[in-house]
Design a protein around this ligand. Structure first.
Ligand SMILES: NC(=O)c1ccc[n+]([C@@H]2O[C@H](COP(=O)([O-])OP(=O)(O)OC[C@H]3O[C@@H](n4cnc5c(N)ncnc54)[C@H](O)[C@@H]3O)[C@@H](O)[C@H]2O)c1
Length: 326
């Protein structure tokens, strides 16, 4: 099968490319390398089933050409990461909304099956966990820039479902909860690579807020398996589906676990949100997915634990540090 992965040089997209190449699919990646890295897909260059195009999904002429010649599309390209969103809110909104608009328009024109990733951020300040797909969504005021990401992704969801309703475009929307693992960069505020990196260097681990806020971390290998099953299963089309892991941990517990598993002497340093992200930053206390729908539709059940994640991330960071110092 011919597959187009936008954002395929990013963290999730590059794991997806690995999985689909191993299956024998022909993969085209389009990525502008804004947060993605060439090194994430360098090992695939030279494979006859792999092609990398460094360009933006906002290039409509290119996207029309590529979508016309593909079978399935995974639209992973997006502005991602709390820090990036706080610092570049215009780019965030434009990339997310305009990018998805372009992809959906051509998938609709050429009748191509497409997966649109959304995010657990859309549940916003919702307090009734676990979050279910048909829950109300509750975001903050428009002068709090972090919510721009959630709202732009919500609009993507509306647009995808509108195409499904009007023309039966074969589309599935997947709300990813915190997805982590090797290749994720800590540069844009992602918590697991930041903590493990600090632990390996025995530097203080900086926890934003009081550390009692909790998250559920899904291993990228589990998530990528889930994404493929969701797009390949016709019963999922026209649906919004949560994906991730429902094992909950506080951010302080995550820091403690990173210290323990890496044998680190790091201390934990608490930084107020206002200092980390500027005045008026709002965060959510808990974010737990209900995975019932994914389990029912495709038998989804994550198998990797938080310890597996930390160990895998630490192994990768040690390896790349070894290469850097060699
Ligand atoms: N990782 C998570 O925890 C998580 C959680 C929720 C949702 N998601 C969603 O999953 C998708 C992948 O995220 P990720 O974690 O791999 O992030 P990532 O930043 O590693 O990947 C995004 C990729 O998109 C590329 N990109 C950005 N703008 C582009 C453009 N205009 N044209 C072409 N490429 C562009 C980037 O260079 C990058 O390679 C995104 O849609 C994101 O919103 C991820």
């Amino acid at each position: 099968m011919r597959i187009l992965i936008t954002g395929g040089a990013g963290f999730v997209g590059s794991h997806l490319a690995d999985k689909l190449i191993a299956k024998g699919d022909e993969i085209t990646v389009v990525d502008d390398l804004s947060t993605g890295k060439y090194s994430n897909v360098e090992h695939l260059e030279g494979n006859k089933n792999f092609r990398l195009i460094i360009d933006t999904v906002l290039n409509e002429k290119l996207m029309e050409e590529l979508i016309r010649e593909t079978d399935h599309v995974y639209h992973m390209a997006s502005a991602v990461g709390v820090r990036l969103i706080m610092e570049q809110p215009v780019k965030t909104i434009e990339t997310i909304f305009h990018g998805t608009d372009v992809i959906l328009k051509f998938c609709s024109r050429y009748r191509k099956r497409v997966l649109i990733p959304s995010t657990s951020e859309v549940y916003g300040k919702g307090a009734s966990v676990p979050f279910k797909e048909d829950d109300d969504l509750l975001t903050g005021a428009t002068d709090k820039h972090r919510w721009a990401y959630a709202c732009a992704k919500t609009l993507d969801e509306f647009l995808a479902l509108a195409h499904w309703k009007e023309t039966h475009l074969p589309v599935v929307v997947v709300r990813l909860f915190n997805t982590v693992g090797p290749r994720q960069t800590g540069q844009y505020g992602m918590v697991v690579p930041r903590f493990v990196q600090a632990a390996l260097k025995n530097d203080p681990i900086e926890v934003h807020g009081d550390g009692t806020q909790s998250r559920c971390f899904g291993h990228v290998s589990d998530v990528v398996e889930g994404l493929c099953k969701l797009l390949e299963t016709p019963d999922c089309l026209g649906h919004v589906i949560n994906l991730g892991n429902s094992e909950e941990t506080t951010i302080t517990q995550l820091a403690e676990r990173a210290i323990k598993l890496t044998g680190s002497s790091s201390s934990i340093k608490y930084i107020p949100y206002s200092e980390a992200y500027g005045e008026g930053f709002e965060d959510m206390r808990r974010r737990v997915p209900s995975l019932e729908k994914a389990a029912k539709l495709v038998g989804y059940k994550p198998t990797r634990t938080l310890d597996d994640i930390i160990n895998d991330v630490a192994r990768e960071l040690k390896q790349s540090a070894g290469i850097a110092s060699a």
